[in-house]
Write a protein that binds this ligand. Structure first.
Ligand SMILES: *Cc1c(COP(=O)(O)O)cnc(C)c1O
Length: 380
């Protein structure tokens, strides 16, 4: 009986190829499958939008890692989110989203789904009373991110699941930042986990993808139906790259956390840094909840600087190892200015982020090099 996380990451859904013994699932670059007589499908494979063996391997692996009954792989994280909303909501329904939701998630709700009659309210999910007050009779989903992007806010998954279920709603958790290695939302009561596998799951900044994992069969079947009916599936090469990334997820996450902790120490001691956002800090408002539901605190760190927006932008231009770029979760360290980059689309909305904020995705390079690079970029 296999149940260790690292073992599942390497073996779940990935039995050696029955024909050749290849120890890695082949890339099945194929659209259709020979039938042994009309309707005589081999292992259910008929057409690759419906199912493809390389994608099946990835889907079984993510389902095992999240402890769900069904995993589904999509062309992007946003395609996965779109499938959840269309499978579970109807026009007139209401969704609660995090007060500092990922910008693309907010844009999907605000600019796309409002036009189709799905309404949303951004609520600070760390405040359970605010969530209870925002729940309406037509609330269909409470949509959770924890930690959030870019302010690393923490939400109590177990408490939110209780609120959602009491209201007859579904709890969806975007587990992109934590990954199943650090946090297991389904075990805490969530119904669906969403991933941008573009980030830590893939882990090498070489593929865009998304995934869903359902706790129960009924929701899993509905999501699978929509995956096929809507068609935004992961291609076989993308599925293969993501699966290769997943094999090392645990060791990468531990190093991301090690390095992030050292970066946090440097930032805390720097005179020009005015605030550091990291859920591992005892003074972080969500620290206790994070310590309860996360194994460690992840590789994302945000901070504010004394010199305001111009200084924050200048720091982003001065780093040499931290690459200036959007996205996160790859082996290489990235730096960005959320206000002008990832979160530019939420300017002027309730989700606007401070101009003096810098976000780091701390990679797995030698930590001494990362600390030296940040030190020179921050200046004396
Ligand atoms: C990147 C991201 C997404 C969107 O995923 P894509 O793969 O870019 O479509 C959703 N949620 C979070 C938290 C993300 O970081």
């Amino acid at each position: 009986m296999i149940e260790g996380f690292e073992t599942l990451a390497i073996h779940a859904g990935q039995a050696p190829d029955p024909r050749t013994g290849a120890v890695v699932p082949p890339i099945y670059a194929v659209s259709t499958y020979k039938q042994d007589g009309v309707g005589g499908l081999r292992e259910g494979y008929e057409y690759s939008r419906s199912a493809n063996p390389t994608r099946t391997a990835l889907e079984e692996c993510v389902a095992a890692l999240e402890g769900g009954t069904r995993g589904l792989a999509f062309a992007s994280g946003l395609a996965a989110e779109d499938a959840v909303l269309r499978a579970l909501c109807r026009p007139g329904d209401h969704v609660i989203i995090p007060g500092d939701a990922y910008g693309g998630t907010w844009r999907l709700f605000d600019k796309v789904y409002e036009g189709w009659g799905l309404h949303y309210d951004p609520v600070p999910l760390g405040d359970l009373d605010a969530v209870r007050a925002a729940v309406r009779p037509d609330t269909r989903i409470i949509w959770v991110e924890t930690p959030t992007n870019p302010l690393l806010g923490i939400a109590d998954i177990e408490a939110l699941a209780a609120i959602a279920h009491a209201a007859g709603a579904v709890l969806v958790v975007d587990n992109t930042f934590a990954t199943p290695y650090l946090q297991q939302p389904l075990a805490l009561g969530a119904d669906v986990v969403v991933h941008s596998t573009t980030k830590y799951a893939g882990g090498h900044s070489d593929v865009v993808g998304g995934a869903l994992v359902a706790r129960d069969k009924e929701i899993g079947d509905r999501l699978a139906y929509h995956q096929n009916a809507m068609g935004a599936v992961a291609g076989p090469f993308d599925a293969w790259l993501t699966l290769r990334g997943l094999k090392t997820l645990a060791v990468r996450m531990d190093r991301h956390c090690d390095n992030a902790e050292r970066v946090v120490d440097l930032l805390l001691s720097h005179p020009r840094v005015t605030e550091v956002y990291y859920p591992g800090l005892a003074g972080h408002p969500g620290h206790e909840v994070a310590a309860k539901q996360m194994r460690r605190f992840g590789g994302m760190v945000s901070f504010r600087v004394a010199g305001g927006e111009e200084e924050a932008v200048a720091i982003c231009d001065r780093t040499k190892i931290f690459i200036l770029g959007e996205s996160l979760g790859g082996v290489e360290s990235l730096i960005e200015h959320p206000g002008r980059m990832t979160h530019a689309s939420v300017a002027g909305s309730a989700l606007e982020v401070p101009g003096d904020l810098v976000r780091l995705s701390v990679g797995i390079e030698s930590v001494s090099d990362l600390l030296a690079d940040l030190g020179q970029a921050l200046g004396g």
